[in-house]
Design a protein around this ligand. Sequence first.
Ligand SMILES: Cc1cc2nc3c(=O)[nH]c(=O)nc-3n(C[C@H](O)[C@H](O)[C@H](O)COP(=O)(O)OP(=O)(O)OC[C@H]3O[C@@H](n4cnc5c(N)ncnc54)[C@H](O)[C@@H]3O)c2cc1C
Length: 380
Amino acid sequence: MEILRYTEEHNLFRERLKVFLAEEVTPFADQWETDKIVPKSVWQKMGQAGFLCTDIAPEYGGMGGDFLYSLIVAEEMTATRQTGLATPLHSDIVVPYINSFGSQALKKKYLPGCVSGDIVTAVAMTEPGAGSDLAGMNTAAVEEGDEVVIDGSKTFISNGLNADLVVVAARDPDVENPYEALSLYAVESGTPGFTRGRHLEKMGMWSQDTAELFFTKCRIPKANRIGEKGMGFLMLMDKLQQERLICAIMGVAGAEHILQWITAYCKQTSVGGKPLAKSQAVQFALVEMTTDVKLGRTFVEKLIADHMEKKEIVAETSMAKYWTTEMLNRIANRALDLCGDFAMSEKCPIVRAWRDAKIMTIFAGTNEIMKNIAAKFMGL
Ligand SMILES: Cc1cc2nc3c(=O)[nH]c(=O)nc-3n(C[C@H](O)[C@H](O)[C@H](O)COP(=O)(O)OP(=O)(O)OC[C@H]3O[C@@H](n4cnc5c(N)ncnc54)[C@H](O)[C@@H]3O)c2cc1C
């Protein structure tokens, strides 16, 4: 029995998305990789075609879809061989903070633009001195009358250059307990005191604009605080489960694409007059890789079903994030080995996949942190 119940609407949505990506995204993937950014216009095209923020209610311009639509977008985006158009980050990780915790006024102001692609979002937690240790954040937010003054800097922020709106985690310097000091604020591009730093050069995910962000006496309306003051840490904890699940989905989908390509390659490529796939060593490698991928798919689909039923699966999503992203790295590594000298050519599609895979073990919480969380939930 299929664990995920796709309807005819879901299947049509996937078909429509595939056509859109084949026309508007995949042909430009190599160019964006060279440019190290994607044009803003493609975000708008994606939004106008109805592929952004599919869960947002119709009153804000969305289609009010379930999580299977997010899953379909995350899966199909991995097939495009580019990471710069980071729509799952926008739709399923950042915008949910506004949608779930924002005031009615904030939702009215920002959600329609997030759905249409006119507003690209980013989330800024990481600082030069605070990555895994979120409690160590130093960016300050001081509320003065109807305004909030933000001072500090963030680093390694995805969509950092393209973002029109950044959800910034910042602390009240007067509150000692870090878990009660954090709040989330929506900061618009162009606000005086908000500037962007370097476009960070990375080993992988080249088309994704990753940047430093600076806030110097940056004044925003207090109405741009998302949720209650001091509830930032709890809001992050609440939404990080979905972030990790999205990572796990992309880990499995990425591994499936690599496996599909390398299996075909081993069937088509002959060494000593015999297809690689007829060698027992290669067969064992492909069987082991397929087993890994199938295990990942089964685990993640069960978690998607549980997530849609709103079950408490913090430990399991942490396990899935670490396991699937390590599995993706294993698959990319073994696939590259099977390519021989072709593995050193930029023409080999596994090269980019291998580079991009590495980052997945680090962001959205490192895999060590995932194991810490799972251990805590296991009562260890
Ligand atoms: C491409 C990319 C995109 C990113 N996008 C964003 C973004 O959009 N927004 C954002 O806020 N951040 C983003 N990040 C930052 C990312 O979330 C952090 O890099 C990550 O949380 C790890 O923090 P760190 O790099 O400071 O490493 P550190 O926290 O310094 O960790 C260094 C090493 O120590 C280990 N370690 C740390 N603490 C523990 C512990 N308690 N137990 C065991 N091991 C531990 C880590 O696992 C790691 O191996 C991005 C990073 C990258 C690379």
